[in-house]
Design a protein around this ligand. Structure first.
Ligand SMILES: NC(=O)c1ccc[n+]([C@@H]2O[C@H](COP(=O)([O-])OP(=O)(O)OC[C@H]3O[C@@H](n4cnc5c(N)ncnc54)[C@H](OP(=O)(O)O)[C@@H]3O)[C@@H](O)[C@H]2O)c1
Length: 254
């Protein structure tokens, strides 16, 4: 995708990677609309960044997705980029039904059904734009499992395969599918992760992502250097070692 001149909707940008990316893309000459549930954060973002528009959206709720999509498209008919950023990560214990089932259902609803419903809400509009992009957000954990977060890993593997599949179907349209594959990044996705020495500083991650978007306009996967350890374990033939190292270094390991 081009790195400027777009109109970009990022549901899931009230904090973390989404917000940092929104600010960086706005500074590079894009119109950016930030979405999320936390109204206080949306108000703060709108007050501090008059160039950024905001919309309240709960991506776990199909009605909220549809009404937010109508609002965004009415105000921004030039919208040509959708970034399905909203996601949650939960530590689960799969030994007992009560210690994982509710969590697993929420993770799948937010991380898998959310992006699917968002794409459904925007896909017809995007095909009418001359250059459009859907950026999906998977994870290094789509390619190597962290023991304590089974549903999350599975949800991100689903996003990887969904991205691969719809890219094939939409090859006959103006819509490109780009999969962003973050490694561990210092955000509040999990308690303690903001200060974790195992996670990449947020500003460094976003700078590398934006540099890759600029230097590789035809890339189908956005991979910072730090994610390649997880992303290519199987291809390199050291998958077992990758899984062992990943889980040995995890501060959430039980
Ligand atoms: N940080 C990492 O290590 C890492 C690694 C790989 C992938 N990722 C992915 O990157 C994405 C962003 O995560 P982050 O690390 O930046 O964490 P974060 O700071 O917790 O951000 C998550 C964002 O998603 C939004 N969100 C969550 N549930 C939502 C819902 N039901 N409706 C609307 N928005 C919702 C949150 O906004 P509200 O709470 O205001 O709704 C927030 O803006 C996620 O998809 C995550 O899986 C992160």
């Amino acid at each position: 995708m081009n790195i400027s001149g777009n109109t970009i909707f990022i549901p899931g940008a009230t904090s973390g990677i989404g917000l940092a990316l929104a600010l960086e893309l706005e500074s590079r000459g894009n119109t950016v609309i930030v979405g999320g549930r936390r109204a206080g954060l949306l108000e703060k973002i709108a007050a501090e960044h008059p160039g950024i528009d905001t919309v309240r959206i709960d991506t776990a709720d199909p009605a909220s997705i549809d009404s937010a999509a109508r609002e965004v498209l009415a105000k921004h008919p030039d919208l040509n980029v959708l970034v399905t950023m909203a996601g949650i990560m939960r530590v689960e214990d799969w030994h007992k039904r009560e210690s994982f089932l509710a969590s697993a259902e929420s993770v799948v609803t937010t991380n898998v059904l959310g992006p699917i419903r968002l794409i459904a809400a925007f896909i017809e509009h995007l095909q009418e734009r001359p250059h459009a992009t859907i950026v999906t957000v998977s994870s290094g954990l789509a390619f190597a499992p962290l023991k304590v977060t089974p549903s999350y890993n599975a949800s991100k593997a689903a996003i990887h395969m969904l991205s691969e599949s719809i890219r094939l179907q939409l090859a006959d349209t103006t819509v490109k599918i780009v999969e962003l594959e973050p490694p561990a990044v210092r955000t509040s996705l999990l308690p303690g992760q903001e200060n974790s020495e195992f996670a990449m500083p947020l500003d460094e991650f976003v700078a590398e992502v934006v540099a890759l978007l600029g230097s590789q306009p035809d890339a189908t996967e956005i991979q910072v250097e730090r994610v390649k350890f997880l992303r290519y374990g199987e291809a390199r033939g050291d998958y077992d070692q990758v899984v062992e190292t990943l889980n040995a270094s995890d501060p959430h390991a039980q």
